[in-house]
Design a protein around this ligand. Structure first.
Ligand code: UDX
Length: 447
C-alpha cells in the first residue's frame, strides 16, 4: 500500500513540501495550528508569493475542480497521527528575540502535540533548520512520550529550498540528505524520494548530527561567499577596481565557481542571517566557538553593506543631511521573485534613510503589503515611475526583472536628478549612462 504522508506546519516550507509530496503521488494531510491558514490552503490559495506554488497546490487540493484530491488539510492532531506513516515537521525556527540562538519552541511544541497520538509505528522526519543535537533530544522525547514507544522513530532530512525557486528545488533537489538511525527509516525515505533520486538527485545517508550540520554549514558557506565578494567590493572601492569584473574573472576557476559572487547590499531573508547566528550560538554551547569566529566577521561585513549604501545615497544628495531630499527606492523584498521582507537589506536601507529625515518612496513588484506592514511610515508608490517622480536619487535595491526592463529615458523625464545607485550590480550601466543618468554601483568605478 502506498505511503501516507503528513506535513506539520504549512508555512513556506510546509506548504511547498505538502504540494510536492502530492505531486509525487502520495496521499498527503497537512496540519497547521492557525485555522485561517488551513482555510486558505483548502481553497487552493497560498499565503505568500512563490512562483508555481499555487498552481501545484490547486492541482492536488481535495475539493478543487479537476484536482487529484490527494492533498487535504486539518487542525486535528489525532486525525494527523492516525492518517500518516511518515510525518514531516516543517515548522519554523526563527532567531530568538534579542539573542543569536535559534528559537526551538515551535518544533518542540509540534513534537509534544504529535507524540501522545502516535499509537502505531511511524517515522517522524524533521525538516526544520535546527541546532545540532536537536534530533538526538527529540528522538529521546518521542520514545518516552509516544504510545508506540521505539516504533515512533525520528529521522532528520534538512530542506535546502530557495525562495523564488521553492517548487523546483523541492521536486528536483540538488541533493537529498537523510540522518537516520535504522535501515527501516532509510528505506522509508528512499521510497518517499524515489522519483527525484531516479531523476538524478544524489541521496546522502548520514547520522543525526551530520544531517543537521549539512544544512547550517551549507548556509554558512553561501553567506561566506557573499561576504567575501562584498569585502572585495570594499577593497575595489578603495583601490579603484571593478568587483563585477573581479567576480567574473575569479569565477572562471571551477574551484571557486561563478554563483553567489554578486556584490551589493548583502544577504537577508529568513534563513542566512539567522542561521549563521544560531550556528555560532550553538558552537559556543558545544565549546567549539573558536571554529566559527569567522562567521562573526561574515555577519559584520554583511551588515556594514547596508550602512555603506546609505552613505552612497547621502553623498549623491550632496553629502550632508537627508532632510528635504527625495529618495526613490526600487525593491523592498530581500530577493526577487518573493514577497518576503524579513531582514531585507533593501527595506533596512530605505528605513535608515527615512529615519535620518529623507523623504523615501518605495516600490516593489510583490512586496508592498509586507513592506507596509513592517515599515508603515515609509512612503509607497504603485509603480516604479511614480516612486521615481521628483526623486533626487534613485536606489536600486532588489534585482527584480521588472527593474532591468525599465526605460531609463522615461524615468529620467520624471526624476528631479538623474542619479542611480545600483545596490545589486544588476542593471546595465551603459544603458543608464546613455540615457543621461549618473550610474554608480557598489565596488565599481564611477564612470
Ligand atoms: C537560502 C539558501 O540558498 C537555501 O539553500 C536555504 O534553504 C535557505 O536559505 P534564500 O534565503 O531563499 O535561500 O535566498 P538565497 O537565494 O540564498 O539569497 C539569500 C540572500 O543573499 C538574498 O538577500 C540575496 O539577494 C543575497 N545574495 C545572493 C547576494 O547578495 N549575492 C549573491 O551573489 C547571491
Amino acid at each position: 500500500m502506498a505511503l501516507k504522508i503528513t506535513v506539520i506546519g504549512t508555512g513556506y516550507l510546509g506548504a511547498t513540501h505538502a504540494a510536492a509530496m502530492a505531486e509525487l503521488g502520495f496521499e498527503v494531510l497537512g496540519l497547521d495550528v492557525v485555522p485561517e491558514k488551513i482555510e486558505m490552503l483548502q481553497r487552493g490559495e497560498v499565503p505568500m508569493y512563490e512562483p508555481g506554488l499555487e498552481e501545484l497546490l490547486r492541482r492536488h487540493v481535495a475539493g478543487i475542480e479537476g484536482s487529484t484530491g490527494r492533498l487535504r488539510f486539518t487542525l486535528d492532531w489525532a486525525e494527523l497521527a492516525d492518517f500518516g506513516d511518515i510525518h514531516f515537521v516543517c515548522v519554523n525556527t526563527p532567531q530568538k528575540h534579542g539573542e543569536y540562538a535559534c528559537d526551538m519552541s515551535y518544533v518542540d511544541a509540534a513534537i509534544a502535540s504529535l507524540a501522545p497520538h502516535l499509537k502505531h509505528p511511524a517515522l517522524v522526519v524533521g525538516k526544520s533548520t535546527v541546532p545540532v543535537g536537536s534530533a538526538d533530544r527529540l528522538a529521546a522525547y518521542l520514545a518516552e512520550h509516544a504510545p508506540a514507544g521505539e516504533d515512533a522513530e525520528l529521522a532528520w532530512n534538512p530542506e535546502f529550498l530557495r525562495e523564488g525557486f521553492a517548487v523546483q528545488d523541492t521536486l528536483h533537489p540538488d541533493r537529498i540528505v537523510v540522518g537516520v538511525r535504522s535501515e527501516r527509516a532509510e528505506k522509508l525515505l528512499r521510497e518517499v524520494y524515489a522519483t527525484p533520486v531516479a531523476e538524478g538527485s544524489p541521496f546522502v545517508v548520514t547520522d543525526f548530527p551530520t544531517a543537521e550540520l549539512v544544512k547550517t554549514s551549507a548556509n554558512s558557506f553561501l553567506a561566506t561567499k557573499i561576504s567575501f565578494i562584498n569585502a572585495m567590493a570594499e577593497v575595489c572601492e578603495a583601490a579603484g577596481g571593478d568587483v563585477a569584473k573581479l567576480a567574473e574573472a575569479i569565477g572562471h576557476d571551477d574551484r571557486i565557481g561563478k554563483k553567489f559572487l554578486r556584490a551589493g547590499i548583502g544577504f537577508g531573508g529568513g534563513c542566512l542571517p539567522k542561521d549563521i547566528r544560531a550556528f555560532m550560538a550553538r558552537a559556543g554551547e558545544l565549546g567549539a566557538d573558536q571554529a566559527l569566529t569567522f562567521l562573526r566577521e561574515i555577519d559584520s561585513i554583511n551588515m556594514r553593506r547596508r550602512g555603506q549604501m546609505v552613505e552612497m545615497a547621502r553623498e549623491a544628495v550632496g553629502g550632508g543631511s537627508f532632510l528635504g531630499k527625495r529618495v526613490a527606492v526600487l525593491g523592498a523584498t530581500f530577493k526577487p521573485d518573493s514577497d518576503d521582507v524579513r531582514d531585507s537589506p533593501a527595506l533596512n536601507v530605505a528605513g535608515q534613510i527615512h529615519l535620518q529625515g529623507g523623504q523615501v518612496t518605495v516600490y516593489d513588484p510583490k512586496g508592498m503589503d509586507n513592506a507596509r506592514k513592517t515599515f508603515p511610515t515609509l512612503g509607497y508608490a504603485g509603480t516604479a515611475l511614480d516612486a521615481v517622480r521628483g526623486a533626487d536619487v534613485v536606489l536600486h535595491l532588489t534585482e527584480w526583472r521588472e527593474f532591468r526592463e525599465l526605460d531609463p529615458a522615461k524615468l529620467g523625464e520624471v526624476a528631479s536628478t538623474r542619479v542611480l545607485l545600483d545596490g545589486r550590480n544588476a542593471l546595465d550601466p551603459e544603458l543608464w549612462r546613455h540615457a543621461g543618468w549618473t550610474y554608480r554601483a557598489m565596488g565599481r568605478p564611477t564612470a
